[in-house]
Design a protein. Structure first.
Length: 168
């Protein structure tokens, strides 16, 4: 059979099969062990304290495989707190562009989601979504560590569902 949609068109070469399996392995590892980077865009540090407390042994976000990294080139998830100020607007765009695909953004707190109490201030341009696309919003002022963990877990769950739908 040549040129038709017979059995020959379903054959996948061993080389291509290796790449498909390697891609599946990489996606599995990203979903089971996301690396995050935290970026403060100008908050009052209430959300920062709660984000850091999720990494302590009391709440232990690492039990879900989440690790905090210092470089955006190693991170899968950008966790932002605070409203976007004019000074940090370019910086957050640069950090987002340095992250590898697929990349996700989590807005933690009311200020990161909408600008919060700083809306209308001369140096504030709004929430995180005014600069980069946001994958998940975690409300609160400041949000509890349990809410932050719940938001990250739901983000990972939705990503796994999306990956399963793409398989079908």
């Amino acid at each position: 059979m040549s040129g038709g949609k017979g059995l020959c068109s379903l054959y996948i070469s061993p080389e291509k099969r290796k790449f498909i399996m390697f891609d599946k392995l990489i996606n599995w590892a990203r979903m089971k062990s996301p690396w995050i980077i935290h970026f403060n865009t100008g908050s009052c540090n209430g959300c920062d304290i709660e984000i850091v407390s999720t990494l302590t042994p009391r709440y232990d976000l690492e039990r879900f495989g989440v690790q905090q990294k210092g470089s955006p080139r190693h991170a899968d998830v950008l966790v932002c707190s605070g409203p976007v100020t004019l000074q940090t607007k370019d910086r957050i765009q640069r950090v987002y562009e340095q992250m590898t695909e697929p990349k996700f953004v989590v807005a933690v707190g009311t200020c990161a989601s909408s600008g919060g109490v700083f809306t209308g201030c001369y140096g504030v341009s709004g929430g995180i979504d005014s600069v980069v696309p946001v994958s998940a919003y975690i409300p609160g002022c400041p949000p509890r560590p349990e809410a932050i963990i719940d938001g990250v877990v739901k983000l990972l769950g939705s990503l796994e569902k999306k990956e399963e739908e793409e398989k079908k």
